[in-house]
Write a protein that binds this ligand. Structure first.
Ligand SMILES: [Zn+2]
Length: 149
């Protein structure tokens, strides 16, 4: 199973201010970060980034995420036969908050839930599905452990 970032996925989420990847050289944890850190560049796919690896010193500048098929995400796991992945801690927290909120409001009226919000519609159906929530939460915890390595 490939966990490479697809360009289509990039446009769905606005969390690519920082992306944790496997270093293309040494395979350890490396980062792609936006060079200009303001609100506009944060979600601008074409603003310049820098890739850096604290392990081997590899670094590279450019519009890297636009060619994101070249990089492999660090925060990923197989979950229920699907790919569960996140760009960074913030993105992972967003997923976790979503699944936990859904678990809490399980018994509430559907109309009062998040089911019509725009955030909700960005997520894949298998994450939104009520059947999988406990399982997905476990997968998210597994990904959280990857940050500690
Ligand atoms: Zn490296």
């Amino acid at each position: 199973m490939s966990f490479r970032i697809k360009r289509k996925q990039l446009s769905i989420y606005n969390f690519y201010n920082k992306v944790i990847i496997h270093c293309p050289k040494c395979q350890k944890m490396a980062f792609i970060e936006k060079i200009k850190k303001n609100e506009e560049s944060k979600n601008d796919l074409f603003s310049e980034e820098v890739l850096f690896c604290n392990n081997c010193g590899y670094n590279k500048k450019g519009t890297l995420l636009y060619n994101s098929e070249l990089f492999e995400l660090w925060l990923k796991t197989e979950c229920n036969g699907k790919e569960l992945w996140a760009f960074n801690e913030e993105h992972l927290k967003y997923l976790k908050d979503y699944v936990q909120a859904k678990l809490r409001e399980r018994k509430k009226d559907k109309k009062t839930g998040w089911s019509n919000s725009s955030i909700d519609s960005r997520l894949p159906n298998w994450i939104k599905s009520s059947k999988n929530r406990e399982k997905i939460l476990k997968c998210i915890q597994k990904i959280e452990d990857l940050l500690k390595k």
